[in-house]
Design a protein around this ligand. Structure first.
Ligand code: C5P
Length: 232
């Protein structure tokens, strides 16, 4: 079946405490526009994406102005003011809110507002890799560094073999009904794939890109700008 549609769901209800900025990090200016607008523009410019939903907190005082100055997004993006205490809860609240607009078999691409380096090419790579997939999957990168597990006191307790290890990115793409069920069943999870894994399923790993990293700390902002300005 190719009639299933693709929707984007962007959890953006975090405060970005580690960034230590005056506003939530998704509203920081970055290479000429707000971080969030890079993400929304990418999804809006892919013909594979039916519509994009952004989940913000009920108190969000930024999104209306941000969208008011981006008229081209008016028909492509809707805002849900029902973010939760955690990313997990924000995604689940978003899924519940769009129930009437989305079929059980439609694909949902969940993408962090704090990953402005996503490109149309990357998101379309994910969509085409998963077109016939029974489970769904995510963008991720093979780990290249040797990994150490700390003993909690600043010393190495163990070296972890990096073979077969991947670092999860987003988008993470699953069908609506499966994703909602997985998130409703799961204890606290930090990504959608782990909720689906907890059901005994194996999401597909699709190679992402270093430029699709999550902006978390203050120095990440200039690195993200380098990628966005250089468009590399
Ligand atoms: O804090 P972190 O960078 O891990 O957040 C990842 C994404 O989840 C961000 O886009 C953030 O806005 C979102 N989030 C959310 N609701 C929360 C916490 C985080 O939508 N309560």
């Amino acid at each position: 079946m190719t009639s299933t549609r693709h929707f984007a769901l962007i959890p953006a209800a975090g405060v970005g405490a580690r960034m230590g900025a005056d506003c939530p990090k998704q509203y920081l200016p970055l290479a000429g526009k707000l971080m969030m607008m890079h993400v929304l523009d990418t999804f809006a410019s892919s013909p594979l994406i039916e519509h994009t939903f952004v989940v913000v907190s009920a108190e969000d005082g930024y999104i209306r102005d941000a969208l008011a100055s981006a008229g081209h997004l008016e028909k492509r993006v809707s805002v849900l003011f029902n973010g939760g205490e955690t990313r997990h809860q924000s995604v689940l609240n978003g899924l519940k809110a769009v129930r009437e607009q989305v079929a059980d078999d439609d694909w949902i691409l969940v993408h962090d507002a704090a990953r402005p380096g996503l490109t149309v090419e990357l998101l379309e790579r994910l969509v085409s890799a998963l077109r016939e997939d029974a489970v769904g999957g995510l963008l991720a990168l093979p780990v290249v560094d040797t990994l150490k597990r700390s003993d909690g006191f600043g010393r190495v307790a163990q070296t972890v073999a990096r073979e077969a290890l991947w670092a999860a990115q987003t988008p993470q793409m699953f069908r609506y009904a499966l994703l909602r069920h997985a998130l409703e069943q799961a204890a606290a999870v930090t990504d959608e794939a782990s909720a689906v894994e907890a059901l005994g399923l194996r999401p597909r790993l699709v190679e992402g890109s270093p430029r699709n990293f999550k902006v978390t700390l203050p120095h990440d902002v200039s690195l993200a700008e380098l990628h966005l300005k250089g468009n590399s």
